[in-house]
Design a protein around this ligand. Structure first.
Ligand code: NAD
Length: 255
């Protein structure tokens, strides 16, 4: 029931971090992967790595916040692979600060990519999945959707808001599309090393010490530790599960 061999997955924000890891992990399971990101040279390199694992890959330059680019990207994938079984809405950005310090531009950028991006990509993928009467959509939210900021070191009000919106959208989409054989679920990661967190959270020894003290697992997530949950929501193991989220955070949200 966890079989993924031969499926077609679209991964947004696949040029680094969790998206890149997921693309390579899918490939190892026999999944053909469409990699979407703004930095095309990066995803072209990753596509070569994916293909070296014996599956097909396609790298498409796509800003998820730009409708025309998304439309063309999804049309290209359908022309190339003929179907889309899995959509991993992973692209995301963050901005430091609370409502009293964030600029309108920073707020809009976070909302545009983290929320509107999922709407736009889903807008073009859901009709394909409806036609197939099959699809698995996985939206990457964050533990920050359900927490304030533990420790108060990194305050990111726009980010928290955007990730909570992702959970709302996940429930609404889950409810609407279950009748078409489509499940829509979300994952809320805790702290994982990536380009985003290397530039921010991992630069602060004070934050890391606090995270490790507060987190029951006493450490951040390791490379690959999100993939089991991604596979669960991508496979028929979750065929009767929709509109839900799983928190993958070493327990930091339960204490
Ligand atoms: N790393 C963590 O600790 C953590 C925790 C919770 C949630 N997340 C979420 O996981 C997802 C992946 O983040 P990551 O940690 O791997 O960071 P990352 O910065 O390495 O990856 C984010 C990816 O999204 C891409 N991206 C950004 N804006 C885009 C746009 N407009 N169009 C297309 N692609 C775009 C980036 O280029 C990058 O490849 C994000 O949604 C993030 O919010 C990460």
């Amino acid at each position: 029931m966890f079989e993924l061999n031969g499926k077609v997955a679209v991964v947004t924000g696949a040029s680094s971090g969790l998206g890149k890891d997921a693309a390579l992990a899918y490939a190892k399971e026999g999944v053909n992967v469409a990699l979407l990101a703004r930095r095309v040279e990066k995803i072209e390199e990753i596509a070569k790595e994916v293909e070296s694992l014996g599956v097909k890959a396609i790298a498409i330059k796509c800003d998820v916040a730009k409708e025309e680019e998304v439309k063309v990207a999804i049309e290209t994938i359908v022309n190339e692979f003929g179907r889309i079984d899995i959509l991993l809405n992973n692209a995301g950005v963050t901005a430091h600060g609370g409502v009293d310090s964030l600029s309108e531009e920073e707020w809009n950028k976070v909302m545009d990519i983290n929320v509107k991006g999922i709407y736009l990509v889903s807008k073009y993928v859901i009709p394909v999945m409806k036609e197939q009467n099959y699809g698995k959509v996985i939206n990457i939210s964050s533990v920050n959707a359900i927490l304030g900021e533990k420790g108060g070191i990194f305050i990111r009000h726009a980010y928290n808001t955007s990730k909570a919106a992702v959970l709302g959208l996940t429930k609404a989409m889950g409810a609407s599309y279950a009748q078409y054989g489509i499940t829509v679920n979300a994952i809320c990661p805790g702290l994982f090393e990536s380009e985003m967190t290397e530039r921010t959270l991992f630069t602060s020894q004070k934050f890391l010490e606090k995270y490790n003290t507060l987190c029951p697992a006493s450490r951040p997530g390791k490379k690959g530790e999100l993939n089991g949950t991604i596979f669960y929501f991508s496979s028929d193991a979750s065929s009767y599960v929709t509109g839900q989220y799983i928190v993958v955070d070493g327990g930091i949200s339960i204490v």
